[in-house]
Design a protein around this ligand. Structure first.
Ligand code: CA
Ligand code: CA
Ligand code: CA
Ligand code: CA
Ligand code: CA
Length: 331
């Protein structure tokens, strides 16, 4: 398995060292000043943390047990555009949303919205390339996935349930592809399914054969999912294989072929174990991350020999890509 090291980490979440508290990251890309981009991290004991790209905590929104967080940028809003951040909130069995305005990196609360489910768990967002609309996907441990359409009404966010999907087994991690109109859903002890992400699309899922437990490099649970976009249909689906502390990479289209796995080992920053959520971006973030950044939750965060509260680790995309180019990730 290809090995990389983290080059930066966020401050720990404000929990006890033994708490399972940090869960899932998202990246807000600052177009005019990429180095001033933000990392959003869910703290499932408390709310949502906002970090600078170098890992300093700028703010905490204590809004309840945010489980997963995601965002979409450049959504139409009257004659302007708006960026919307959302998270599944286990305290309210709902979804909590914020907007991010321009260069100020300021998150403005848009409120909490109930779902139709008794227990919310995983969450992701989607911007349809077909109708330009934004959506939130939210799931429950029972395997149900709800798709909600988002729209701004003046300064207010309105959401409408447009359809539901049903899987068998416990689901959590999800990610949607904004150009190929696909939704990937992880069944924790089984593997990844792909669906049509459009609201009028088929509700039949297709199993990604290579993501199953017959792949010797994958060990349950299947946790966070993320997409690295490249030209056309190229790029990767990255899956947290939590049981063996590694990340499996698949082609993003076609037969979703398995390309290999990597792990994050001890370097100047401690290695990464038992990852829940993860995110990746293909944008350039300046000198540190010229071809993108991979961010993941670390289940066991150490400062020297001392275990401290969980946090998020940052890896240069080019270090992962080097393994892909050499075709040695799984060897
Ligand atoms: Ca965990
Ligand atoms: Ca996320
Ligand atoms: Ca889980
Ligand atoms: Ca660690
Ligand atoms: Ca550390």
């Amino acid at each position: 398995m290809w090995q990389v090291t983290a080059v930066a980490e966020t401050e720990p979440v404000s929990a006890n060292p033994d708490d399972d508290a940090a869960d899932d990251p998202a990246i807000w890309y600052n177009e005019t000043n990429p180095e001033a981009s933000l990392i959003l991290g869910s703290d499932k004991k408390k709310g949502l943390d906002v970090f600078s790209l170098d890992g300093k905590r700028l703010k905490t929104f204590e809004v309840g047990r945010i489980n997963n967080v995601d965002l979409r940028q450049g959504l139409p809003w009257d004659s302007l555009t708006i960026d919307i951040v959302g998270g599944s909130n286990r305290s309210t069995n709902g979804m909590t949303f914020w907007s991010v305005s321009g260069d100020t990196s300021f998150l403005r609360p848009l409120g909490n919205f109930p779902t139709s489910m008794p227990d919310v768990y995983g969450f992701c967002m989607y911007k349809s390339p077909k109708n330009g609309m934004a959506y939130a996907f939210v799931n429950s441990k029972t395997g149900k996935v709800e798709q909600w359409r988002l729209r701004m009404d003046g300064d207010s966010l309105k959401i409408d349930l447009v359809r539901s999907l049903q899987l068998v087994g416990q689901v959590e991690g999800m990610v949607a592809d904004d150009s190929l109109s696909t939704l990937f859903v992880g069944v924790e002890d089984e593997g990844v399914y792909v669906f049509d992400a459009e609201e009028n699309g088929s509700t039949e899922g297709k199993f990604l054969e290579d993501s199953g437990m017959n792949n010797p490099q994958i060990k349950a649970d299947i946790e966070g999912l993320a997409i690295y976009y490249a030209a056309g249909e190229q790029g990767y689906l990255i899956v947290s294989s939590q049981g063996n502390y590694s990340y499996a990479i698949f082609e993003r289209s076609g037969n979703y072929r398995y390309l290999g796995s990597f792990e994050i080992k001890d370097g100047s920053i401690d290695g990464v174990e038992e990852t829940d959520g993860l995110e990746v971006s293909h944008h350039s973030f300046g000198a540190m991350y010229p071809s993108g950044v991979f961010i993941c939750q670390d289940g066991y965060n150490y400062e020297g020999e001392t275990k401290v509260a969980q946090n998020f680790k940052m890896v240069k995309w080019e270090d992962i890509e080097q393994g892909l180019k050499q075709g040695v990730l799984s060897k």
